[in-house]
Ligand binder design. Structure first.
Ligand code: NIG
Ligand code: FE
Length: 402
């Protein structure tokens, strides 16, 4: 049951570069790409049951948002106002606001309430070309609430045309009932929360927040060891506000990614390159917190660390619902090229989720997740500062909108 897609220009992202094929055609079979090339080179003997004329549009791999916290209760617009009055993120967190205020609201919300608000946010991401989404827990911070968050995430993947990867971020912040007992909370994470939720099939990866206002490298090391014992890959919120050694620790555990990484240095870049750990850049959080220190882009480039980009969609530091806006901000704030920005939301985002063998580029054998754009060329994807570009999304070869 092969289908032919033709009359398009393919931005394949093979090897992380545009690798444009003008006047391209693709043969799709069983939801995978069976053939891709110039339409003029299409072999005569390929059996094709149906044809889709893409009307001269540009085709990219489906976009991948590899770092979100999109399941949460309440909102934190009050803290936004506080920050505008000059109170900083760390001060708000130490006063019992920040992550912990979202924890209160998330614990109070039932499944349906959490699901409804999360689905609305996910739909916005999908509408601009996202076909794969990572969703973290981390606003529950007890077994039941972390479970509910991850169940909501799984349900989103069942009901919406998007692949959802779940990440257990129980080591996100210290819940109020454990005040002054950080190590005891890490015991709970390692001995109860992770093994229980992993056994329930709710966890694809394990994350933590290594920072002065969260957990120390020693505490994160215990979480990583527990993840390793469960056979789960790890990632880490590292060097966001200070340099604590999170990137080195992530690299030591072969982490899929180290995220934020504003305060990472050349040695971190080297270690991440060696361990194949992607750097996930989060310009939405950088902008919202009015950070001054940019991630070490030149060092990542020099050492060949794959740079991914994500929304970090969360109620506190990154109330962002546009992955394409992140492409623009990464270029404007971090000086990525539009080509690097597109790699950041396709192939390198797939690396940050450990799925680059099957996703992230338009290549033979990969899943036919793709987006057809009405644009004049690839750089336009990073050029617009927000706003909606008309898209047609394909999941495993099937049209899912338009
Ligand atoms: O990725 N850095 C830590 N975690 C989130 C912030 C979550 C929050 O403030 O609610 C982040 O930016
Ligand atoms: Fe985050």
């Amino acid at each position: 049951m092969n289908q032919l897609w033709h009359h398009c220009h393919a931005i394949t992202m093979a090897g992380g570069s545009y690798n444009v094929i003008e006047n391209a055609a693709l043969v799709i079979g069983d939801g995978r790409i069976v053939w891709i090339g110039a339409e003029a080179d299409l072999p005569d003997d390929v059996a094709v049951e149906s044809r889709r004329d893409l009307g001269g549009r540009w085709l990219t791999p489906g976009l991948i948002d590899c770092h979100t916290h999109l399941v949460f209760g309440g909102d934190r617009s009050g803290e936004f106002e506080q920050r505008l009055e000059g109170v900083d993120y760390e001060t708000i967190a130490r006063q019992g606001g920040g992550i912990v205020s979202s924890v209160r609201a998330t614990r109070e919300a039932d499944f349906d309430t959490l699901y409804a608000s999360a689905e609305a946010r996910a739909q916005v991401l999908l509408s601009e070309g996202v076909t794969t989404l990572e969703i973290k827990s981390g606003y529950g911070l007890d077994l039941e609430s972390e479970r509910r968050m991850l169940q909501v995430a799984r349900e989103l993947g069942r009901r919406l045309p998007v692949t959802v990867h779940t990440t257990c971020l129980a080591a996100h912040a210290l819940p109020p009932e454990y005040a002054g007992r950080g190590d005891d909370y890490i015991d709970l994470v390692c001995e109860t929360i992770l093994p229980t939720l992993a056994a329930e099939g709710l966890v694809d990866a394990v994350d933590g927040f290594c920072e002065g206002i969260a957990f120390s490298p020693e505490q994160i090391r215990r979480v990583f060891a527990a993840a390793r014992g469960l056979g789960l890959p790890v990632k880490l919120h590292a060097e966001q506000l200070s340099h604590l050694g999170g990137c080195q620790l992530a690299a030591e555990y072969g982490a899929l990614s180290a995220d934020h990484v504003e305060y990472a240095d050349v040695d971190d870049a080297r270690a991440m390159a060696d361990s194949g750990t992607a750097a996930v850049l989060l310009p939405g959080a950088f902008l919202t917190l009015r950070e001054a220190q940019s991630p070490p882009i030149a060092a990542f480039r020099e050492h060949g660390v794959p740079m991914a980009l994500a929304t970090d969609l969360n109620p506190g530091t990154s109330p962002v619902m546009s992955l394409r806006l992140m492409m623009n901000l990464a270029c404007t704030l971090f000086r990525l090229t539009p080509e690097e920005a597109l790699a950041g939301v396709t192939l390198n985002a797939a690396k940050a989720l450990g799925v680059a063998a099957t996703h992230g580029s338009l290549e033979v054998g990969k899943v036919a997740d793709a987006v057809a754009w009405e644009i004049g060329g690839p750089a336009e994807l990073a050029y617009w500062l927000g706003g909606q570009l008309p898209v047609t999304r394909f999941k495993a070869g099937a049209v899912v909108d338009r």
